[in-house]
Design a protein around this ligand. Sequence first.
Ligand code: GTP
Ligand code: MG
Length: 632
Amino acid sequence: MGAVEQQVQAATAHKTPLIALLGNPNCGKTALFNRLTGARQKVANYAGVTIERKEGSFILPGGRAMRVLDLPGAYSLSAHTPDEAITRDVVAGLRAGEQAPDAVVCVVNATNLRLNLRLVLEIQRLGLPMVLALNMVDVARKRGIEIDTAKLSQELGMPVVETVAVQAGGEKTLLGALEALSFDTLVKPRPLSAIDAVPVEQTQREVRRIIEACVSFDKDTGNLSEQIDQVVLHPVAGPVILALLMFLIFQAVFSWAAAPMDLIKEGVEGLGSWIGASMAEGPLRGLIVDGIFGGVGSVLVFLPQILILFFFILVLEDCGYLPRAAFLLDRMMGSVGLSGRAFIPLLSSFACAIPGVMAARTIQNPRDRLVTIMIAPLMTCSARLPVYALVIAAFIPSRKLAGGIDLQGLVLFLLYAAGIVSAMAVAWFFKRTARAKGQHPLMLELPAYHWPHLHNLFLGLWERAKIFLTRVGTVILTLMVLVWFLSSFPGAPEGATHPPIYYSVAGMLGRALAVIFEPIGFGWQICIALVPGMAAREVAVGALGTVYALSSSGDDVATSLAPLLAQSWSMATALSLLAWYVFAPQCLSTLSVVRRETGSIRWALVMAGYMFALAYAASFITYHVARYALGS
Ligand SMILES: Nc1nc2c(ncn2[C@@H]2O[C@H](COP(=O)(O)OP(=O)(O)OP(=O)(O)O)[C@@H](O)[C@H]2O)c(=O)[nH]1
Ligand SMILES: [Mg+2]
């Protein structure tokens, strides 16, 4: 061995080898990544969940440290979408500031080798050390698919191991195979032209030949997923089931949440009045009782509703129903010119528009992608739920309609529906003005159904709760303290006729804004809440809590906000505020992500502008129609 080689060997021996997890979308890369590293990246039963690279590290049983990259899924290395391009560039060592991996673990879905092997053959041509992880073998076995791994390994010329990424210990075989790899000599990937040199047809022939040689099917095992799909994807029954499911979810958001919400409310109020009673009258007491307990507490009570909503979304996600919903909605989305791929980004936007806007990266056509980004904020994000829930609780009687339907749940359902319908309308408009061409058929792989993993469900809810509580404890708390200060100082002048807040900085600001918002029914108190609501929607609720606690004279602790609002607002104002929040421009963080993802401030401004105009128009109409109809 020459001196130079020895040096290289010594240098690489010190370096921690980097392996990349590569494979088709939804084959279990992230699950495997989590299993190897103990991380908790998001997994879900549909394609396109991972949209950015994630790095982690772990130790092989023999003691060697390894670094591992989780990459977005790809069907082929001739990238068609921006996230596929990330994957291609990373493995080929073409991404700036990114070292090419020392080895590739190709993850394949054992139940669908036919689709997955093409990518394996393509990657192989890069010439990097490789291991094939035959994942989801548990499902394959259940379905009677038998794969001769020894033969497959021989055919492909690389180690093949069986893994079950969702079972403890399901990654052991992979660790063994990695242990056997040598990282002593540095291998550079061959140029991508090595892949393009081989015609696609030849690759596909090769795939067929390998499958014939290594895979056998036991035809007798009935396919339950297909049977379920005959009902769920039925042209008539399918959409009915989908609508029914959505409807039931919103009913549950109200009816199940009542008890835990009361509990939280009583806890917060009890604590607030206990602390209030033990403190001397003064600004500090005001800050704690009105600002923190009145403001932050009024946001906190919405935790149960958010968790119930996400419980259902997570269950539907994990069992594999969501891509079916995409399939059912594809026709509707296609008729307004959206691609079926827009479904997942739009669905994510129900949690928050930010991941939704980012998930639009999986959309191939740049114009489709832009339109999807522009309408993502019209999907009702979870931060708007508290605003809706508060106003509904104050103004919509909790009555059972015919068939046991809860009126409050129905109104909430309608608000969410209003967001969706207007998103479709806006998409249609954008597409028309942008003179779009023909449609793109939805190519969607329907994963097999499986029971939701309790562990996944629990982690998902825990994540949601953490996000919400962190927001309450940081952004919302800070803004609430600020709102309280601005609403408390300066104090009322001698002989004041209004409550002190009227004369405060916030009061002055609110009165100035009221000039603009009076025509849609918002008084100065609501205007005070609108401003911090731009930073985080829930703060609007908290701010109303503080504003009305400070406006009402006498009461020492903020009594429940809903009845206070019911006394202070007219029904027309309440409906107008609901309409406002269906459309009002999203929080500032969304706008900044839109700027980042579209690469210019222009689209962020267009978004803010069109949403403001829509919101104002919708509220104006709602307010005046309601006043007319209610005769006030
Ligand atoms: N039964 C079974 N399910 C698995 C296995 N591996 C992953 N899954 C499930 O398959 C789904 C997809 O897993 P992910 O890890 O998100 O897949 P991914 O390859 O990262 O997908 P993208 O990020 O979308 O490319 C999830 O619902 C997992 O729980 C496995 O070995 N057995
Ligand atoms: Mg993933």
